[in-house]
Design a protein around this ligand. Structure first.
Ligand SMILES: [Zn+2]
Length: 132
């Protein structure tokens, strides 16, 4: 059994499997200044999904920014409920199960879709639609 070859999506070179003190086994890009990190199963060292390239990571950050505005206000207690409602709504819009509805899993196109959808959504609308 050889090591799995995982390429850094930005540098196009193989990433290195490193035992880190904080996160255990991880794939790190050996290029200096490259911040690509990727988690793996601790026992099999199999990578968790595919590492995202710069564009995808940026798209995910934008999607989070727009989407989180829907639920991230009000009291802490309300926030948890609002967050859940927002994700239920998003999963519904994207035709995904709630289990698969994580922005961290989305590709570039889906992130752009999230931005478009979330821009026109807010907490009051969620409530009107019966998600809260
Ligand atoms: Zn890299």
């Amino acid at each position: 059994m050889g090591r799995l070859l995982l390429m850094c999506p930005d540098c196009q070179i193989p990433m290195q499997l490193v035992l880190t003190p904080k996160f255990g086994w991880r794939y790190l890009c050996p290029t200096q200044g490259c911040d690509i990190r990727h988690s793996c199963h601790q026992r099999s060292k199999e990578p968790m999904g595919k590492p995202a390239d710069r564009l995808t990571r940026r798209a995910r950050a934008s999607a989070h920014e727009v989407f989180d505005k829907i639920w991230n206000n009000g009291s802490r207690k309300k926030r948890g409920k609002a967050r859940k409602a927002a994700y239920t709504w998003l999963a519904d819009e994207l035709g995904l199960s709630e289990r698969d509805c994580h922005i961290g899993k989305f590709n570039y196109d889906t992130c752009m879709q999230v931005c478009k959808l979330a821009m026109h959504m807010n907490f009051d609308k969620l409530r009107e639609l019966g998600f809260v």
